[in-house]
Design a protein around this ligand. Structure first.
Ligand code: IMP
Ligand code: MG
Length: 179
């Protein structure tokens, strides 16, 4: 059966996401006006958001990607592992970490600390979604697309067991799809 039937509710439409990506891009353009930030997208969830965001940043930017993992199914397990590292030397660079969703915050805390330790001049966080109710570590995103409630969401990069990433909107899964 096609995945669309698994979506209980559309939380954020494609148009709303595009509009918010534009606003965030404009804000970043202002905040980094004399700089050349490196966008670092965390694979794979950030890919659609990264693509929309970078089109709306009117600066001399570059981007790179990293793949870190701690997730299987809907629950966070164990340590964060670097599966694919950056190709860019980052010493002295201003970095904007781009993420699909901040949940417990452990992924971004670990990645941010790693990049600062490697000599990045600054590291800020731009996340499409923020699930602040689930935060377990003290980390805040500098740019947030939307706040979401403590529900498991999919689409626009976000998956459940690698499915649903390519949906153009963000939706909530029917419970029977992950129970
Ligand atoms: P954290 O380290 O707990 O903040 O985990 C963040 C990562 O968990 C995100 O990049 C997603 O890959 C995944 N994640 C957290 N919540 C959701 C969700 O509701 N749907 C899909 N993936 C999620
Ligand atoms: Mg992720």
């Amino acid at each position: 059966m096609w995945e669309k039937n698994d979506i209980r509710e559309i939380l954020i439409s494609e148009n709303e996401i595009q509009e918010r990506a534009k606003q965030l891009g404009e804000q970043i353009t202002k905040d980094y006006s004399s700089k050349k930030p490196l966008l670092v997208g965390l694979l794979r969830g950030s890919v659609p958001f990264l693509a929309d965001l970078m089109k709306n940043i009117d600066l001399d930017i570059q981007f790179d990607t990293m793949d870190v993992s701690s997730y299987e199914g809907t629950e966070s397990v164990g340590e964060i592992r670097i599966l694919k590292d950056l190709d860019t030397p980052i010493k002295g660079l201003d970095i904007i970490l781009v993420e699909d969703i901040v949940d417990t915050g452990r992924t971004l805390q670990t990645v941010k600390n790693t990049l600062l330790h490697r000599g990045a001049a600054s590291v800020t966080i731009c996340t499409l979604l923020n699930k602040s109710a689930r935060r377990t570590v003290d980390i805040q995103a500098d740019y947030i697309g939307f706040e979401v409630a403590d529900e498991f969401v999919v689409g626009y990069g976000m998956d459940f067991n690698q499915k649903y990433r390519c949906l153009p909107y963000i939706g909530v899964l029917n419970a029977e799809c992950y129970e």
